[in-house]
Write a protein of this length. Structure first.
Length: 255
């Protein structure tokens, strides 16, 4: 986080990590600090009403949702994909086949065309985006410096098991082997192992996906985000009125 030095009445961050990060505290002089987590419409971002029938030999779909830029640490994921593909090709009986799909756009998208990844670009229509997410079996996000990562919450709302490193702002909602699979070593091999673990265990995928969905429904509803912003703005307006009233009284007393 690299904020511009300034003085403000309040800092509103998407996570405690962002609002109270040392770089923010040292550069931004604020009288108040609030955390308002982004939310999603959990009625729209939801699992498919009817699961498609199992198809023998169908590859698992492993997806990434987010911008295709350097700060997302996608080199780790691309290298992990290469490792997984090598294992699948050399010992097909040991691994289910996997298709890798990335949704998003950004400055680095052309670089990743050399990898065995289907690059779909951005999907701006939310209904189409949800339909795409519902076709996935596993979601992966390798970001190491996320202030929150709304994309994670979107895939979790759809009931997808998430593989991630669980650092920075994501620590405030992902729990290893509870609602996500948290990889504790930041390397392509460790990330590949995490994806492989979920690919080989359908029951684990379902358990983590169900818990991920429950986390979003309980903590990250869009209506809760709106209510929290309303509360924060109400406090700030109340504080401003009190400050103005005190200034007015002081001015009257000095006349």
């Amino acid at each position: 986080i690299y904020p511009v030095p300034l003085s403000v009445d309040a800092v509103v961050g998407p996570s405690h990590f962002a609002a109270f990060h040392p770089s923010v505290r040292s550069n931004v002089d604020a009288r108040h600090r609030y955390v308002v987590a982004p939310g999603v419409d959990s009625d729209l971002f939801a699992p498919a009403a009817h699961s498609p029938p199992a198809v023998y030999g169908k590859c698992l779909v492993v997806g990434y949702l987010g911008r295709i830029v350097a700060e997302k640490s996608l080199g780790l994921l691309a290298s992990a994909i290469e490792l997984l593909m090598t294992t699948t090709n050399s010992t097909p009986s040991a691994m289910p086949c996997m298709d890798f799909r990335w949704v998003g756009d950004g400055a680095d998208i052309d670089y990743y065309r050399r990898y065995p990844i289907t690059l779909l670009g951005s999907i701006y229509n939310e209904t189409d985006l949800v339909r795409e997410l519902q076709s996935w079996d596993i979601a992966v996000h390798p970001g190491l410096q996320e202030t929150f990562c709304i994309a994670n919450v979107e895939v979790m709302a759809v009931g997808l098991p998430l593989v991630t490193f669980g650092v920075a702002g994501t620590t405030e909602y992902v729990r290893h082997d509870v609602n996500a699979w948290v990889v504790d070593e930041m390397s392509p091999a460790a990330l590949a192992d995490g994806i492989r673990r979920l690919a080989q265990d359908g029951a684990l995928r379902r358990r983590l996906g169900d818990a991920a969905r429950a986390t979003v429904v309980k903590q990250f509803q869009w209506s809760d985000t709106v209510a929290k912003y309303d509360e924060v703005l109400g406090r700030l307006l109340g504080s401003a009125k009190t400050k103005w009233h005190r200034t007015e009284i002081s001015a009257l007393n000095s006349t």
